[in-house]
Design a protein around this ligand. Structure first.
Ligand code: ZN
Length: 45
């Protein structure tokens, strides 16, 4: 399991919650980062 943080709202999101759609369930942002690594853009389609 991988945990990302939403770049916009800062909520933690794990990959199980995303269910293959990389969209923040809280704010709809598509930009996440891993707390320990660099910012990463993920495609939603
Ligand atoms: Zn968000």
């Amino acid at each position: 399991m991988v945990v990302y943080k939403c770049f916009k709202c800062g909520k933690k999101i794990n990959t199980n919650d995303l269910d293959k759609r990389f969209v923040c369930p809280y704010c709809g942002s598509k930009i996440f980062y891993k707390p320990r690594t660099v910012i990463k853009k993920l495609k939603a389609d």
